[in-house]
Write a protein that binds this ligand. Structure first.
Ligand SMILES: NC(=O)c1ccc[n+]([C@@H]2O[C@H](COP(=O)([O-])OP(=O)(O)OC[C@H]3O[C@@H](n4cnc5c(N)ncnc54)[C@H](O)[C@@H]3O)[C@@H](O)[C@H]2O)c1
Length: 239
C-alpha cells in the first residue's frame, strides 16, 4: 500500500562529502532528506537540516521518530565518521574513545533508532559507512579507525540478521580512499605509495560510492542483506 506521506531518507554526516553526495542523489529522486550533522549542511530544497551529535542516543531516536511521523521513512544512512592519523605506538586512549564513540557507537545508535522505526513501519533499508580499514587494518590512521569500522561491519550483519523477518535490510559499504577531503589529507609521496597498492591506480570517485549506496538502499536489491560491499578497485593490501 502506498503512503500519502513523502518518501524520505535520514542521512547522518550529511554535511560531509559522502553524506552530501548521497543527499543530492536521493533528492534528485524526490526523497525528502533529513540531513543530520554536527555542522550545518548546505541549504537545499526538500531538505530538513538537523543539528545532531550521533553520540547522543536520545537525539538520534528523536530524529527517527520525527522522520517516521512526518514522512514515509524508507532509508537510513549512517555516514557520520571521523579519522585521525597516529602511529600505533603513539595512539592515545582519548582518541581511541573519540573515534569509537562516533564511528561505532554513533552507528549503533543510528541502526537501533532506524530499526525501531522501520519495525513499526513494515521495513526499510539501513546503509552503514564501513571501510577497507575495517577489513585490512592500516598503519596511517589511528588503530581505532580500523577497529571502529570492523565493528560497523559486524554490527551491520547483526541488524540484517535481526531485521530480515521485519523487512529491514542492513548493509554496509567498505570503500578504500575516495577523492575528496580524506585524500587531500595525504602528502604527495603518501598518495603515490597508496596508489601503487591499488590495481586500478586511481582513487574512487564519490559518484561511484554514492551509486553503491543507492544500490544497497534500493528495493530491487531484494536479496542483498548483511553484505559488506568492498569498493576498492581490487585492492588486496593497504600499501
Ligand atoms: N572519504 C573516504 O575516503 C572514506 C573511505 C572509507 C570510508 N569512509 C567513511 O565514510 C563516511 C563519510 O566520510 P566522508 O568522506 O564523507 O567524510 P567527511 O569528513 O567529509 O564527512 C563526515 C561528516 O561526519 C560529521 N560528523 C563527525 N562527527 C559527528 C558526530 N559526532 N555527529 C554527527 N556528525 C558528525 C562531520 O561533521 C562531517 O560532516 C565516514 O564514516 C568515513 O569513515 C570514507
Amino acid at each position: 500500500m502506498s503512503s500519502a506521506k513523502p518518501k524520505s531518507v535520514v542521512i547522518t554526516g550529511a554535511a560531509g562529502d559522502m553524506g552530501g553526495g548521497a543527499a543530492a542523489s536521493f533528492r534528485a529522486d524526490g526523497y525528502r532528506v533529513y540531513a543530520a550533522d554536527l555542522r550545518a549542511p548546505p541549504a537545499a530544497a526538500n531538505t530538513v537540516p538537523v543539528a545532531l551529535d550521533v553520540r547522543d542516543r536520545a537525539a538520534v531516536f528523536a530524529l527517527a521518530e520525527r522522520a517516521a511521523a512526518e514522512s514515509d521513512l524508507r532509508v537510513w544512512i549512517n555516514c557520520a565518521g571521523v579519522v585521525s592519523n597516529a602511529p600505533v605506538d603513539q595512539a592515545s586512549p582519548e582518541e581511541w574513545d573519540r573515534i569509537l564513540g562516533i564511528n561505532l557507537t554513533g552507528t549503533f545508535h543510528g541502526c537501533a533508532a532506524a530499526f525501531a522505526a522501520m519495525k513499526k513501519n513494515g521495513g526499510g533499508r539501513i546503509v552503514n559507512a564501513g571501510s577497507i580499514s575495517g577489513q585490512l587494518g592500516g598503519v596511517g590512521p589511528h588503530p581505532a579507525y580500523g577497529a571502529s569500522k570492523a565493528g560497523v561491519h559486524a554490527l551491520t550483519k547483526s541488524y540484517a540478521l535481526a531485521g530480515a523477518r521485519y523487512g529491514i535490510y542492513c548493509n554496509a559499504i567498505a570503500p578504500a580512499v575516495i577523492e575528496g577531503s580524506m585524500a587531500r589529507a595525504f602528502s604527495a609521496p603518501q598518495l603515490e605509495k597508496y596508489l601503487a597498492a591499488i590495481p586500478m591506480r586511481r582513487l574512487a570517485t564519490m559518484d561511484e560510492i554514492v551509486h553503491a549506496i543507492r544500490y544497497l538502499a534500493d528495493d530491487r536489491a531484494g536479496y542483498t542483506n548483511g553484505v559488506v560491499l568492498a569498493l576498492n578497485g581490487a585492492q588486496l593490501n593497504i600499501g
